[in-house]
Design a binder for this molecule. Structure first.
Ligand SMILES: Nc1nc2c(ncn2[C@@H]2O[C@H](COP(=O)(O)OP(=O)(O)OP(=O)(O)O)[C@@H](O)[C@H]2O)c(=O)[nH]1
Length: 803
């Protein structure tokens, strides 16, 4: 759970601030902090004596850290994030102030990797720029997998870090100031099939750069990453890339952010020249023209705003201030007083509103043309939060999972989250975000899930596929460690506390296929690859079909599974045979059905006896299943009811119609009978499973199929062909947006009908159409298809039984 800060609610702190000088007021606040939570817990607290406050600076600092943590532990809401920031040890505060943990997320092909390559070049992390699908065949730094370089797409997120020296002239004095920021950066994939990579990156980052294409504006995956950023409360700046492309229109992109994503957004820049004449931008805060010059745009030259766009820039500056006035009180007051806020005030308001998730500042440039990327980096430092400014909560397992605010002080006990695992030549590499305390090489930390204590043998900072060894990592930073065994999403903590953090959202797979190695000699490597891929990627699942005995892999789409098949061949030398991709159907019942099932086998020796009575019904939502017991008078004992629950859960895994998962179904057991000697847990479990089958079949069951939100973009002349293709697939067209050259069509299509669509779209649009699909919801499959699927399943079952 993360809530951005700056909602200043510390009235006690303010009272203290009014009466004291800086040092004293911090101390006074420390003494006020404790009463706050203690009062909340009904304890009378004697205010710390004045004399005790005047301790040495060092002792006060650690005392304040402990007090803040204590307050944060006992009542996480009693302490504002701003108060945490203000109570930081000055050295720690200075360090954190210059740290930014950011992700780059966007629709497919918006230029995330290309922009990251420039960031690495301008910050001196790489010596030369290489392009995605570039002629030199080297490929961008962050796409380090061969497959990524060949296909020109990002498959796995990649982490790196760099130092950016921000050289902004002071907006008031004009004096050049240099400030060094440490940026941990994760470049994420755009394809929805690899969405887990975006999900886990955003889970641990403090801010994001959302890239948009200047021609296409807000696209389908922009909406998806917007949803993911909201899920984790991630403040973002927007960067309109590809300003050099024909048809570039940053204003359309900004309208899209305002209207489709519903985030107030305004440009901080206007372009100087457009399309292939794009030369640079006007900085609207300072009203200066900024040009990127030199061979790779590394030389930033500032100048007067060109005469011909001065008025336009003024108009857009007014628009920026107006938009800010809607989301920020201080600018609203200046607006009401008919006063133009100063550049400093504007900057401060943008920062406040961005971190409070009320606004997204928009910058623009062209990564490929090396133009205006540096101002985007400045904006990352200026407007995105430092780690101390973001609220992160954990659950205290020693106190009935009460929420605890984590405080990014290095002097507190360590808490970190393992958010990504990767197999490397040196063993398992675990990416960890340190939320509190320090992680030191050789230290012992405890895995909150397993309780296992592990030693940290090696810590590295990642630079794509390269690594640099470090001895320790402070609060608020990201690193990777070798040699610890854990699962993705595990929390590690110093042994003195038992905190656990909530993990990321993992979507359910929608597609599966059977797979087996071509040659039996490859089976050990095949198994090794399967277990590695599953450990690394929670959206990739493997199971053995109970009836056919085949290995089945499931994932987020055809591309997702095909990448693993390809990796199996390249990385493990295993050629495989795969079946046809299968849709992950679901099963549900639609009617209330009572049941009364008696299991009775009493023919000599120990028998089996269990009777279960109750009813089954739909829950009303196509979500989880529910088991309830309402037995009165103890006709079934607790332990047998527990066995009934187990039987119900097992039945939900393989539905009676097709063997797919059951959803939206409830079972209530309210009566039954037990035999003195012949009843057992196994008998009750089995009886429940039989009752389930019978009742489910009588309850008008349905096969549900996944419907996919499909977005197709193509030149206008192909609209008729494409609508024809969709009609043939019984798609429901929800929206069509016709632009100057292209149209964007949004439809709900059944996944089953979309196999092979990419080649047909190519044929219908002379290769110019693009589409993306994302799981939307489950809906009843057409009756004909349901009958065919059930008949096929019965046939295959009968054949297997014959064998
Ligand atoms: N004209 C133009 N093309 C660009 C620009 N930035 C990137 N591209 C091109 O757009 C294509 C996609 O760029 P990438 O950087 O791979 O995009 P991405 O968003 O990282 O792609 P995925 O991670 O696979 O979604 C490449 O061919 C780039 O050369 C730009 O500013 N202008």
């Amino acid at each position: 759970m993360r809530v951005p800060a700056l909602a200043c609610r510390a009235s006690l702190r303010n009272a203290a601030l009014r009466n004291a000088d800086t040092v004293a007021c911090k101390r006074t606040f420390a003494s006020y902090t404790l009463p706050t939570h203690r009062q909340a817990h009904g304890q009378n607290h004697q205010r710390t004596s004045r004399a005790a406050e005047w301790q040495s600076q060092r002792r006060w600092q650690s005392g304040a850290a402990a007090a803040v943590q204590e307050a944060a532990v006992h009542d996480p809401t009693a302490l504002s994030q701003e108060a945490i920031v203000e109570n930081l040890d000055p050295q720690e505060a200075a360090r954190l102030d210059k740290v930014r943990n950011i992700g780059i997320a966007a629709h497919i092909d918006s230029g995330k990797t290309t922009a990251t390559e420039r960031v690495l070049f301008y910050t001196g992390r790489i010596k030369d720029i290489h392009e995605v699908r570039g002629r030199d065949a080297v490929g961008a730094k962050m796409d380090s997998m061969d497959l990524e370089r060949e296909k020109g797409i990002t498959i796995q997120s990649a982490a790196t870090f760099c130092d950016w020296v921000k050289k902004n002239p002071d907006p008031v004095t004009g004096e050049m100031k240099e400030e060094k920021y440490h940026i941990n950066l994760i470049d994420t994939p755009g394809h929805i099939d690899f969405t887990i990579e975006v999900e886990r990156a955003l889970r641990v980052l403090d801010g994001a750069v959302m890239i948009l294409c200047a021609v296409s504006g807000v696209q389908s995956q922009t909406v998806t990453v917007d949803r993911q950023m909201r899920r984790y409360n991630i403040p973002r700046i927007s960067f309109v890339n590809k300003m050099d492309r024909a048809g570039a229109n940053p204003w359309k992109a900004i309208d899209g952010i305002n209207q489709k994503l519903k985030i107030p957004a305004a440009a901080l820049q206007v372009p100087i020249g457009m399309e292939d004449e794009f030369k640079g931008v006007v900085d609207l805060i300072r009203m200066r023209a900024v040009y990127s010059e030199g061979e790779n745009g590394e030389v930033i030259r500032e100048d007067e705003v060109p005469e011909d766009i001065r008025e336009f820039a003024q108009e857009k500056r007014r628009k920026l201030i107006e938009t800010l006035a809607d989301v920020d009180d201080e600018i609203a007051n200046a607006f009401l007083d008919e006063r133009t806020p100063s550049p400093l005030e504007i900057k401060a308001a943008i920062r406040r509103a961005t971190i409070a998730l009320k606004f997204s500042p928009v910058l623009m440039g062209s990564a490929l043309a090396d133009k205006s990327v540096q101002p985007m980096l400045d904006a990352v430092c200026d407007f995105l939060p430092n780690p101390a400014e973001v609220e992160n909560l954990a659950l205290d397992r020693k106190r009935a999972e009460a929420p605890v605010k984590l405080v990014s002080y290095s002097s507190l006990p360590f808490v970190g989250l393992a958010f990504k695992l990767e197999e490397s030549n040196f063993g398992q590499l675990t990416y960890i975000r340190v939320y509190q305390g320090k992680l030191r090489k050789g230290a012992h930390v405890t895995n909150a899930r397993t309780g296992n204590k592990v030693k940290i043998p090696r810590i590295v900072r990642m630079h794509s596929n390269e690594m640099e060894d470090v001895q320790e990592i402070g609060a608020g930073e990201i690193c990777a460690v070798f040699g610890i065994d854990c699962a993705s999403g595990d929390t590690f903590a110093d042994g003195s506390i038992n905190y656990s953090m909530t993990s990321m959202f993992v979507p359910d797979p929608v597609i599966s296929l059977s797979i087996q190695p071509k040659q039996t000699k490859d089976t050990p490597n095949f198994s090794k690859a399967m277990s590695r891929f599953q450990r690394e990627d929670p959206t990739f699942r493997v199971h053995v079909d109970n009836e056919s005995g085949e290995s089945i892999i499931s994932g987020m789409g055809e591309l997702h599974l095909s990448i693993y098949v390809e990796r199996m061949k390249r990385e493990y030398g295993v050629e495989v045979i795969t079946g046809q991709p299968q849709v992950a159907y679901r099963e549900t019942m639609t009617q209330h059905v009572p049941f009364d099932y008696l299991l009775k086998k009493q023919t000599g020796g120990a028998g089996d006896y269990a009777r279960v009575i109750g009813y089954m019904e739909p829950t009303g939502e196509l979500g989880g299943n529910e088991f309830k017991q309402e037995v009165i008078g103890g006709t079934i004992s607790e332990k047998y009811l527990f066995a009934c629950d187990k039987g119900f859960q097992a039945s939900c895994i393989e539905g009676p119609m097709l063997g797919h998962k059951v959803i939206g179904t409830r079972m209530i057991v309210n009566d039954g009978a037990t035999h003195m000697t012949d009843s057992s847990e196994l008998a009750f479990r089995t009886a429940t499973m039989h009752a389930f089958r019978q009742a489910f079949r009588q309850g008008q069951p349905q096969v549900l199929e996944p419907l996919m939100k499909t977005v197709i973009t193509a030149p206008n002349e192909f609209q008729g062909n494409i609508v024809g293709l969709l009609n043939k697939r019984n798609a429901a067209i929800n929206d069509t947006e016709i632009g100057a050259d292209d149209f964007v069509l949004t439809a709900d299509c059944s996944l089953n009908a979309m196999f092979g669509f990419s080649s047909q779209l190519r044929a219908a649009s002379q290769g110019k159409g693009e589409f993306s699909m994302e799981f939307s919801h489950y809906a009843a499959a057409p009756p004909q298809l349901q009958r065919e699927l059930v008949a096929k399943h019965e046939r295959e079952r009968a054949e297997r039984h014959k064998r």
